[in-house]
Design a protein around this ligand. Structure first.
Ligand code: FRU
Length: 501
């Protein structure tokens, strides 16, 4: 049954659990044509509680089918965030009768021990599945990584490190990332730590992801560390910073170029909007595909537990492809919607070479539902002016975002976007992402799905993701300039995303 709340708020193509509370994406892997997504889940309430791993599956990264709960809390604790790998060579020995084991590596959070004031209440455990991730058996000798008396000691992200022929784990502690290696996913050896004196430290480091990535259009490969932190994000609350460097099998060294970037800006963020947290990448994507696929939690701990949905709380971002690019002597991780979305584009509006000044309505008439759409805009002839996209409804609620070529930043302003009463932290600031030089032309890709917008500037060079809660659906999208400067709308493509809902 579609409830009024679902109708107004539940996204069309972003994953949401049917009921209950969800936070971080966990344990994503690809196998036999299916993308698996697990997630921090509390089925009994719409706020955070004893953590389980929920589960969803997709064949196309656009439509998701929720599955039975994968992991339940037990005597060792709640099941916090972690990862999963396909153990093709059965290094773990969990495989039986030729069945390949999938091994999940997660944090046990012992709430009782925490209450008693102990500090070693987080340990790492493993579980395996012999039926492609549907059912799981926890390892009898858990935990596989005991707590070395560190209070925040969690969120193991394991990859197969092809170059150094080892399982490699990145683990977050309060102010740094620790690396461990293993031959069998059961015995872990400490390698090194990273980051104590680098990047942002205004909160707790959580949910790392560490992997090699080719620098686009070169033969060079660099290692990338995604490192979520809460709070500390440049626009408030939870966010994900990253680091680029080299890894010798034991230690991660920051790249010189990237170090210079950190000297200019304390941290580099994967997403400058306030709602993309704890994101990590899929394992076991076939080499023939070769993409680095990412998904994040589209919320922020500053208000996640009070947003105005009752049946369920939170969605994921759309899956994105990450690329590492080097230009103007800077490393940048770009994010773009996965190209699977192209197969779901149905109706289209296309326009070309229109000059506008002041206002221009991007979506005319009611033949496209803006609440499940992807909008691609190319603008040129931009001046030192403010270019504002406005998503609005008949109640005059509006979400504003765009390009400020005067103060040199992209922005999102949700201060008039509808229901704000649930938290005074939700719309207390205008989110901004600075740039260095006036933009004379720009490409913008905008993904709209009822209660969220994901904005990808210049092929995902800068990304801003935010949620909002209008009290009636948004219907219109326009663009306006402040000083009536003549702007060329080079192309406009509005695509409707086909969903079953
Ligand atoms: C991040 C996080 C993780 C932890 C999980 C608990 O949002 O705090 O560090 O494993 O959520 O649900």
């Amino acid at each position: 049954m579609v409830t009024p709340e679902d109708k107004l708020c539940r996204p069309n193509f972003h994953f949401t659990p049917k009921h209950g509370w969800m936070n971080d994406p966990n344990g994503m892997f690809f196998l036999n044509g299916k993308y698996h997504l697990y997630f921090q889940y509390y089925p009994k309430d719409n706020i955070w509680g004893p953590m389980h791993w929920g589960h969803a599956v997709s064949k196309d990264l656009v439509t998701w089918a929720e599955q039975p709960i994968a992991l339940y809390p037990d005597d060792l604790g709640y099941i916090f965030s972690g990862s999963a790998v396909v153990d093709k060579n059965n290094t773990s020995g969990f495989g039986k009768e030729g069945k390949t084991p999938i091994v999940a590596i997660f944090t046990y959070h012992n709430a009782q021990a925490e209450k008693e004031g102990k500090i070693d209440y987080q340990t790492q455990g493993i579980a395996y599945s012999l039926d492609e991730g549907q059912t799981w058996t926890k390892y009898t000798n858990n935990p596989v990584l005991k707590n070395p008396r560190i209070k925040d000691f969690r969120d193991p992200k394991v990859i197969w490190d092809q170059q150094h022929q080892q399982w490699l784990m990145a683990l977050a502690t309060y102010e740094k990332t620790l690396f461990y290696s293993s031959k069998n996913l059961k015995d872990w050896k400490y390698l090194s730590s990273f980051g104590e004196d680098l990047g942002n430290h205004d909160g707790v480091w959580e949910c790392p992801d560490f992997f090699p990535l080719k620098v686009e259009n070169t033969n060079e490969t660099k290692w990338v560390l995604l490192q979520s932190i809460n709070p500390g994000h440049i626009n408030g609350g939870s966010g994900t910073q990253y680091f680029v460097g080299d890894f010798d099998g034991e230690r991660f060294f920051i790249d010189k170029t990237f170090k210079n970037q950190l000297e200019k800006n304390e941290a580099v963020w994967l997403d400058y909007g306030r709602d993309n947290y704890a994101g990590v990448t899929w394992s076991n994507i076939p080499e023939s595909d070769g993409r680095k696929l990412f998904i994040g939690w589209i919320s922020n701990w500053e208000y996640a537990q009070v947003v105005p949905t009752e049946t369920w709380r939170s969605a994921m971002t759309i899956p994105r492809e990450l690329k590492l690019k080097k230009f103007n002597n800077e490393f940048i991780i770009t994010s773009q919607p996965v190209n699977e979305f192209n197969q779901f584009k149905t109706k289209e509006i296309k326009k070309e070479n229109i000059v506008f000044s002041k206002d221009f309505n991007l979506i005319e008439g009611k033949n496209i539902d803006i609440n499940k759409s992807i909008i691609e805009v190319e603008l040129s002839n931009l001046k030192s002016d403010i270019y504002t996209f406005t998503l609005s409804n008949n109640l005059d609620e509006k979400l504003k975002f765009g390009i400020n070529n005067k103060t040199l930043n992209y922005f999102i302003d949700r201060s008039k976007s509808g229901n704000l009463s649930f938290s005074d932290k939700f719309a207390n600031t205008v989110s901004k992402a600075n740039f260095n030089h006036l933009k004379s032309k720009i490409k913008v890709e905008i993904v709209i799905d009822k209660t969220s917008v994901e904005i990808f500037y210049n092929e995902g060079e800068t990304v801003m993701t935010e949620i909002f809660f209008p009290t009636e659906p948004f219907e219109n999208l326009s663009i306006s300039t402040k000083n009536n400067s003549e702007t060329l709308l080079k192309t406009l493509i509005v695509s409707q995303i086909k969903t079953s809902k």
